[in-house]
Design a binder for this molecule. Structure first.
Ligand SMILES: C[S@@+](CC[C@H](N)C(=O)[O-])C[C@H]1O[C@@H](n2cnc3c(N)ncnc32)[C@H](O)[C@@H]1O
Length: 227
């Protein structure tokens, strides 16, 4: 794939039919701020359900600051909004998207971010390979690759987070934290594993005592303990 700025791998040349999704980041930022304000209002009214995208970024950035993570790995790029925000605060960003059109569109959107690598493929197999091949370290992983709730790619299980977490266990020494998005959908959305299975997987990940986990604002957050 001839890529335009952000590096891209795993893509073949093809149509850019989704290019209309490629709004400028400023527009996304304004939308993000509006969503964040709504989240604050909902928290104030005690009727918060799930965070908007900018709130999720603040959660990611807060974990980065607490753990000293330098590399952000995202399962599920979609339009590249979170990858773009994270590119401002992480040294390196690797984002994996199964849908080739979305991967192509987000590569264009992220073209000015020289620290971003967009990979087209299944996050379950791509993430371990990228950690090895790019020798990634001090990693924060954001698991947000799930089957279409509103028309994006499929090809694997509806929500592969459990398998992804199990695979990541082999790289614990390089990981500062893991966030699993959309906790509310586990045991609720069609085909998603149960919450008890997700919590068990998190407990297994933390079993050796180096990590702890919590559920906060619809995110399951696994965090390396500070010495
Ligand atoms: C909720 S969206 C991701 C949003 C994005 N993380 C953000 O915050 O801007 C989920 C994305 O995961 C992608 N996806 C689904 N299964 C996947 C898989 N096995 N590997 C990689 N991406 C996948 C979908 O195509 C979709 O674009």
């Amino acid at each position: 794939m001839g890529c335009i700025g952000a590096h891209a791998i795993g893509l073949e040349r093809g149509s850019d039919r989704l290019i209309s999704l490629n709004e400028p980041l400023l527009y996304r930022d304004l939308k993000g701020i509006a969503g964040y304000v709504l989240d604050l209002l909902d928290i104030g009214r005690m009727r918060f359900c799930n965070p908007h995208a900018l709130t999720k970024f603040f959660i990611i950035n807060s974990l980065r600051q607490r753990t000293g993570a330098r590399t952000f790995i995202e399962a599920g790029t979609n339009k590249g909004t979170t990858a773009a925000r994270c590119a401002r605060v992480f040294e390196r960003v690797v984002t994996v998207e199964l849908d080739a059109d979305l991967a192509r569109t987000s590569t264009r959107f992220l073209r000015n971010r020289s620290n971003v690598l967009v990979v087209c493929g299944d996050a379950l197999s791509v993430i371990p390979r990228v950690i090895e091949s790019q020798r990634l370290d001090r990693i924060l992983v954001f698991l947000d690759a799930h089957a279409p709730l509103w028309g994006t790619a499929n090809g694997g299980p509806p929500e592969p987070a459990l398998d992804e977490l199990n695979r990541l266990a082999d790289y614990k020494d390089r990981i500062c934290g893991v966030i699993v998005d959309d906790f509310r959908n586990f045991g609720a959305a069609p085909g998603f594993p149960s919450r008890s299975c997700l919590v068990s997987a998190a407990e297994a990940f933390c079993a050796d005592g180096d990590f702890t986990f919590n559920v906060h604002l619809d995110q399951l957050i696994i965090e390396r303990k500070r010495p």
